[in-house]
Design a protein around this ligand. Structure first.
Ligand SMILES: *Cc1c(COP(=O)(O)O)cnc(C)c1O
Length: 465
């Protein structure tokens, strides 16, 4: 399978090259040349597969430069760190299905992709006899999942910047209690935006980037999207076994558009009408919700909410959908993205018919998040984290009776105990992954939000070949 840029400015690359490249060199995002289709017979045969076996079948249709046996080993190793045999169990609660994506080491759905990406990097670096220094800024979940994905890996060092005192106590401990030599936590005296700007600046220093083999781990990496396609197909297959009707809807709490885009790819792979509706659920940061309602894709101010991993305006994966919306026209995509960069908005109202076929949506208020957590607990004796609650609330508003709906549970409630307790009076029990975490020793350096100082620190601690 070859990969192309949404902006059309690079020669086709292999899967491995796409993974190492992250962002395409013309500023676009990478997509497979075609989306493989899965016929109904294949799908029926797949019903018997376990999660890892299904992952191998799906991924091998997008990856032709890793031998099947080695890909299987990578997949098996990646999901051995999950605490449930089903990896992403599907449970019925009331009249919805909850797809629990939080059974990995950091209790958020990002583990599903980052456990795999960490092993994939390690595999590719060994093959090329190379090293990688990963640099990233986090507001919480991504940092801990990325650290858990690469801890102890031979050829990789990781530097994660987080805003000092502004991530939740659990999230901070999840990052800083990892003692492996290749982990470098930097608490910066500044905001998440400062951290992100510093990382971007460092990456723009091309000479430094090449000299130190810098790499990124953010959600634009195609391997992350691909790993997430698996659980859409997996849960669809489980419902096919249970329900006569083969159609299923999904509701997805959305920030950077990575998770829902994986659902969009899964829908393209499956026989038409199988995966039917994708509900795009946002919190008060509603740019994507407005886009689906009226075609207005325009930046607003970032609002802080109880679902911080979705406190995002410009969604980094949106360009991939835009490319398909423009009928795979790279020139149109490039022009629209340039307009968006210059003016902070684009008007997609001419494409409303297609957008409405692709998604439905709801933007969920803080009040609704709390009400949803409370009601769901009362009715089903089941705790939702605030991100998951956004999706469950949006599902109720976009419900088509008779068709099962799967709500993606993107974090364990114990990651956000204060919000959950306030909403329903119940304190979530911390699972083993974080039990006793608050008492553990931390390893973290504090630095001013200064690009030169941080760059110097990275140079001193970088892994060299
Ligand atoms: C990252 C994250 C999201 C948003 O996912 P995107 O792929 O960015 O849309 C939702 N919930 C949780 C808990 C997350 O960590």
């Amino acid at each position: 399978m070859q990969y192309l840029s949404t902006r059309g400015g690079i020669a086709p690359v292999s899967f491995s090259e796409a993974v190492m490249m992250g962002l395409a060199e013309d500023g676009g995002l990478l997509l497979p040349r075609t989306i493989p289709r899965i016929g109904s017979e294949t799908l029926t045969a797949w019903q018997e597969l376990g999660y890892q076996e299904l992952a191998l079948e799906i991924m091998s249709r997008f990856i032709d430069d890793i031998p099947r046996k080695e890909l299987q080993e990578l997949i098996d190793r990646s999901y051995s760190s999950f605490d449930d045999e089903a990896i992403t169990p599907l449970v019925k609660k009331g009249d919805v299905y909850i797809l629990e994506l939080w059974h990995g080491p950091t209790l958020a759905f990002k583990d599903v992709a980052l456990q795999f990406l960490g092993n994939l990097f390690e595999y590719m670096l060994k093959k090329d006899n190379s090293v990688l220094n990963i640099i990233g800024a986090t507001s919480g979940d991504t940092g801990s999942a990325a650290i858990a994905g690469v801890r102890g890996k031979d050829r990789i060092n990781i530097f994660i910047l987080h805003p000092k005192g502004r991530v939740s106590p659990v999230q901070e401990k999840q990052m800083t209690t990892v003692m492996d030599d290749n982990i470098f936590n930097i608490a910066i005296e500044g905001s998440f935006d400062d951290g992100q700007a510093i990382v971007k600046d460092i990456f723009n220093d091309t000479e430094f980037k090449h000299q130190y083999h810098l790499g990124a781990i953010n959600s634009i990496n195609w391997a992350r999207v691909l790993a997430q396609v698996v659980y859409y197909v997996y849960s669809t297959l489980q419902l096919m076994k249970k329900e006569k009707d083969f159609a299923v809807d999904f509701s997805i709490p959305t920030g950077n558009f990575g998770d829902i885009f994986a659902g969009y790819i899964a829908r393209k792979m499956l026989p038409q009408g199988t995966l039917r509706n994708l509900v795009l659920a946002t919190n008060g940061n509603d740019i994507l919700s407005r886009m689906v309602q009226s075609g207005d894709y325009s930046l607003g101010e970032v609002k802080l909410t109880s679902s911080p991993s979705m406190d995002i305006q410009a969604a980094s994966n949106f360009e991939r959908y835009l490319f398909y919306l423009m009928d795979s026209d790279a020139v149109k995509t490039k022009n629209l993205m340039e307009t968006f960069a210059a003016e902070g908005k684009i008007d997609l109202s001419d494409s409303m018919d297609q957008i409405r076929r692709d998604f439905s949506t709801a933007s969920v208020s803080e009040e609704e998040v709390k009400d949803t957590i409370e009601k769901f607990y009362k009715e089903n004796d089941y705790l939702l984290d605030p991100h998951t609650a956004v999706g469950v609330c949006a599902a109720a508003e976009n419900r088509d009776t008779g068709i099962p709906i799967v709500c993606l549970a993107t974090a364990h409630p114990a990651k956000f105990p204060a919000v959950v307790e306030e909403a329903c009076g119940k304190v979530p029990v911390p699972p083993p992954q974080i039990d006793g975490l608050m008492e553990q020793e931390s390893k973290c350096i504090t630095m001013p939000a200064d690009k030169d100082e941080i760059q110097q620190y990275i140079a001193e601690h970088a892994r060299r070949s």
